[in-house]
Ligand binder design. Structure first.
Ligand code: NAI
Ligand code: 15L
Length: 268
């Protein structure tokens, strides 16, 4: 049967807020969790990923988890360890103990951020390219993907790891023309990841069908994902404002963009 009740972790965040408005259209009932309270959502669970008891209660009875919670930028290793590494482990343990069959994990392009971006005519980057994290943040996503593989192989808990590019209402940089995922395509992809049959542990890139795409969407499409958007209509204006990408600039020539040399720092 198709999953219906979903635990959405990180529901207060940018992507969580977008998905709170888009996913109910697909027929899901969302149970919300975040360490921050969410205005207008009195039933949301306010809990930290370090609170194992709260996680166990939160996952009880859901059909799947969409795991977006965590530090979403670079931070000191100790903070990443607590929220992203131990926190994701705690969630997987809770899901295993409660028999939740599937997790959709918000991985990131920063798990492979040091991969050189393909130049014109070069092949797109496949999902089995060696992982090359660009930050402790990207390293935590690489860990999450390995954790997902372990829980599939050992416990039969399925995961789709989505290496999200940039999911924001509009692309705001020339790099984002290559890695943008429109929110509507994000909802399409998460829906496919939640409903596709027999995913085991599948790794996919998460983006729209961008003209300037850097990576291969074959595994995402194999889940039934059919992206509808393309960043190209934004290209002329962004390139006029910011110039073309400079292949000699490390922040332009790697998948992870400025995370390779000047990552944005988590402010909390
Ligand atoms: P965000 O920073 O806006 O949201 C993350 C949410 O997680 C926040 O509401 C925060 O309070 C919550 N959180 C952080 N630590 C927590 C903890 N220890 N316990 C409970 N909740 C905690 O980030 P955004 O953009 O919404 O991203 C969501 C997820 O998707 C993150 O895991 C991020 O790494 C991943 N991602 C997002 C991309 C994007 O383009 N938005 C790109 C690639 C990955
Ligand atoms: C990410 O992983 C971040 O969470 C998001 O805020 C963006 O910076 C995105 O990657 C990106 O690469 O643009």
């Amino acid at each position: 049967p198709a999953p219906r009740t979903i635990l959405l972790t990180g529901a207060a965040g940018g992507l969580g807020t977008l998905m709170r408005s888009l996913l109910p259209e697909y027929g899901y009932t969302l149970r919300l969790l975040d360490v921050r309270t969410i205005e207008g959502e009195p039933d949301a669970i306010t809990a930290d990923l370090t609170d194992r008891e709260a996680l166990r209660e939160a996952v009880r009875g859901v059909d799947a988890v969409l795991h977006l919670a965590g530090i979403s930028l670079e931070a000191p290793f100790e903070k990443i360890l607590r929220s992203n590494i131990e926190g994701t482990y705690n969630l997987y343990e809770a899901a295993r103990e409660e028999g939740v069959p599937r997790i959709v994990f918000a991985s990131s392009n920063h798990a492979v951020g040091f991969t050189p971006a393909p130049r014109a005519g070069e092949p797109l980057i496949p999902v089995d390219t060696p992982r090359r994290p660009d930050t402790f943040y990207g390293l935590s996503k690489s860990f999450g993907e390995d954790l997902a593989q372990l829980y599939w192989d050992k416990h039969g808990l399925e995961t789709v790891s989505v290496r999200i590019g940039s999911c924001f209402p509009e692309p705001t940089s020339v790099r984002m023309l290559s890695v943008w995922m429109s929110p509507a395509d994000g909802a399409r992809l998460f829906h496919a990841a939640l409903t596709a049959e027999e995913v085991g542990h599948t790794v996919v890139y998460g983006s729209s069908a961008n003209t300037r795409l850097w990576w291969d969407l074959t595994t995402a499409r194999s889940l039934g994902y059919e992206p509808q958007d393309d960043s190209e209509p934004y290209a002329e204006k962004l390139i006029a404002e910011q110039g073309e990408l400079d292949p000699e600039n490390p922040a332009h020539s790697h998948l992870g963009g400025h995370f390779v040399n000047d990552p944005p720092i988590w402010p909390y």
